[in-house]
Design a protein around this ligand. Structure first.
Ligand code: SF4
Ligand code: SF4
Length: 409
């Protein structure tokens, strides 16, 4: 395993982090605890020392199972990262309650890396107005958290504003060879690293789109390479090639993939890809872009939309779904991100066809017409599941409050 340092503290972290958002599940959909514990301990034994979880992963089970995996000596060997869900926060009391509950669930006195979860400009302003920066200062002072950071899914300008708003130790962004100009992108990565933040990477394989089942045209390019690597290896090596990257998170649940990723991490040196290899990855990127339905680069010039549509975000999910039309995962992702489950809704169907965005788009995309296509394709059957999912989240919040009031959790 290779390690990289957190610039502000010198903490040495494994370049491969264990993402606990896609743990192995049982036939009934629950987390397969025994298998998960075995996998996590195996990964730690192989040198992984950064484990990332959140209250929302596996509807609250991820933190619980991670605590089991870290019983005994394992807790001492790792750094735990978990997150504050802004959609459950209405005041300072909620921040305290949620953090204290996480410490109790994770059976630990401190969280090593604590993130404000899934920020964009609006959610950050909301949390800041509620006093979250004082909360982070106080939690660091009293030792409940060691490092403060945030994970991010907004646009580049919002990212820079948030980076500049506090003395963060780290941040977490979506980054892979298709997302160089999407969300924070390469410019955001370099900006954050330039300000001394460690940068953790999520979605290095675009939710699996860049590995596993891949389009035939892409397979042909990988097969023609003199060095044989799996699509996942190419994708991960591309991310680690950037010296600004500290940890790459992979949501792992299969023993063979865990071992493959650990093996790849042993070769994930900075600036280790040749110019020919980078050119090959560029070719693959071009093919993916051809296959995708909308040539949106994620630049964000069209934002903000007065109707609240996350224009680049909707296009990104629409494109992901178009690579494999029979796969429903992309549509689920769209519902989760834009359906209003974790904040304000931002789906394409909100578009009022005002045309403001199209005038600003450097790609000259007919955005209002495309929004209609996205809405028709992505907001069909699964849209009906939103009230059910909202109801489940509401029940989880209520249950947490009841436990807090009656059991002091
Ligand atoms: S045309 Fe639609 S998506 Fe574009 S700015 Fe107006 S409301 Fe938003
Ligand atoms: S301005 Fe155009 S290319 Fe840029 S994010 Fe908006 S739709 Fe995409």
């Amino acid at each position: 395993m290779l390690y990289r340092s957190v610039p502000k503290t010198g903490d040495r972290l494994s370049i491969l982090g264990y993402g606990c958002m896609r743990l192995p599940t049982t036939r009934t959909g629950g987390v397969d605890e025994e298998r998960t514990v075995r996998q996590i301990r195996h990964a730690i034994d192989a040198g992984i020392n950064y484990l990332d979880t959140a209250p929302i992963y596996h509807l609250g089970r991820s933190e619980l199972v991670l605590a089991k995996a870290l019983e005994g000596d394992y807790r001492k060997k790792v750094r735990i990262a978990t997150k504050l869900p802004h959609w459950e926060v209405y005041g300072r009391g909620d921040m305290e309650r949620i953090l204290n509950r996480q410490l109790s669930i994770l059976k630990t006195r401190h969280i090593d890396y604590y993130l404000l979860h899934s920020l964009g400009r609006g959610s950050f302003l909301k949390l800041r107005n509620l006093g979250v920066l004082d909360f982070l200062d106080d939690a660091k002072k009293d030792g409940r958290i060691r490092n403060a950071g945030f994970s991010f899914h907004g646009n580049l300008s919002a990212f820079k504003e948030i980076v500049d708003a506090y003395d963060w130790q780290f941040c977490q962004i979506q980054y892979n060879y298709l997302d160089e100009k999407n969300q924070a992108g390469t410019e955001g990565l370099e900006y954050a690293a330039g300000k001394g933040l460690a940068v953790m990477i999520m979605e290095p394989l675009r939710g699996g789109n860049l590995a596993g089942r891949i389009p035939e045209q892409v397979r042909a390019i990988w097969d023609a390479a003199p060095v044989k690597r799996t699509p996942a290896e190419w994708g991960l090596r591309w991310v680690w090639n950037h010296p600004e990257v500290t940890v790459v998170l992979s949501g792992m649940n299969d023993e063979a993939h865990i071992d493959e990723n650990i093996h790849t991490a042993g070769e994930g040196f900075e600036e280790s890809l040749t110019s020919e290899e980078i050119a090959r990855i560029d070719k693959v990127r071009d093919i993916y872009r051809d296959l995708m339905k909308v040539a949106c680069t994620g630049c964000g010039y069209c934002m903000p939309c007065p109707a609240g549509v996350d224009i680049p975000g909707c296009f990104a999910d629409y494109n992901a779904a178009s690579l494999f039309p029979r796969d429903r995962a992309g549509k689920f992702q769209y519902v989760g991100r834009h359906g209003g489950l974790m904040g304000e809704p931002s789906y394409a169907g909100l578009c009022r066809t005002c045309g403001k965005c199209a005038k600003a788009c450097p790609q000259h995309l007919p955005i209002p017409a495309l929004m209609k296509a996205v809405s028709a394709e992505m907001e069909s059957m699964m849209w009906a599941a939103i009230p059910v999912m909202k109801g489940a989240l509401w029940c989880m919040n209520k249950a947490a409050r009841i436990r807090h009031v009656f059991m002091g959790e």
